[in-house]
Design a protein around this ligand. Structure first.
Ligand code: MG
Length: 246
């Protein structure tokens, strides 16, 4: 009885409220005061890690990284950056992630060797599965859904924002992991936004499944996973890598 009465009262006040002309409404009713965003100190310079970031490479060592089998990462560290050591294999973060904001800087080798997919090829695999392509696409031509800024074989970048080989480039990534049901079906696909050298190249793009070299992708259920960097045999370098969990 009491519940019915409260419900009726609520219904009446909602109806009255809905009928009140907008100019007579109290603006305070729609203000939120009790929930406060956590304070974060942003970096001083563009690309600098904010106070709540997890730094994955600070220019010194690969302690946050390992081989896929879990052994020490053997890529070369020098001059505040690390470089793919051909044949040393892919490396991955020791920590696993779900939804993230990622900042990563990369450089294709200044000495131009090869063409297309063979020139400055590496890749950033979100959750070890979804590749954001790293490639020298400044002048070199390859299939469009395989150039720098593409989600490999799935989505062409909106524009080509590549710098010259040998110059440092930035990716700022906002990634939302896919959601799966208990029986392993994908409920919500992964989404990714990529800003390449300050230019948006993927705008909340839906991933259709894990990256496949051949054939079409098919989602398979997974939880949190590492960020993986690809050894494609080219001496691509990385520096200033940090992540924020969302
Ligand atoms: Mg690649």
């Amino acid at each position: 009885m009491k519940n019915t009465f409260s419900f009726l009262l609520l219904l009446i006040s909602a109806t009255v409220w809905a009928q009140t002309p907008r100019e007579q409404l109290d603006p305070k009713v729609t203000e939120v005061w009790d929930l406060k965003p956590v304070k974060v100190t942003p970096g001083t310079n563009p690309g600098e890690a904010p106070s709540d970031a997890i730094v994955l490479f600070d220019g010194k060592d690969l302690s946050k990284w390992s081989t896929l089998a879990g052994a020490d990462a053997k890529w070369e560290v020098a001059d505040g950056a690390f470089t793919v050591a051909k044949g040393a294999g892919d490396i991955k973060t020791k920590q696993t992630f779900g939804d993230i904001q990622l900042h990563i800087e990369w450089r294709a080798p200044s000495v131009i060797v090869g063409e297309g997919q063979g020139r400055g090829n590496s890749g950033i695999f979100l959750q070890e599965r979804y590749e954001l392509q790293v490639l020298d696409s400044y002048e070199s031509v390859t299939y469009s859904n395989g150039q720098a800024g593409s989600l490999y074989k799935q989505s062409i970048p909106l524009v080509n924002a590549c710098r010259k080989p040998g110059e440092w480039q930035t990716y700022d990534v906002i990634y939302t992991a896919p959601r799966f049901s208990e029986n392993g079906r994908v409920i919500v696909p992964a989404y990714i936004t990529v800003i390449h050298n300050g230019v948006i190249v993927q705008n909340h793009t839906q991933l259709t499944g894990p990256t496949e070299f051949k054939g079409l992708p098919v989602y398979q259920s997974h939880g949190k996973a590492s960020i993986k960097l690809q050894d494609h045999g080219n001496p691509v370098s990385y520096r200033n890598i940090w992540v924020r969990e969302l």
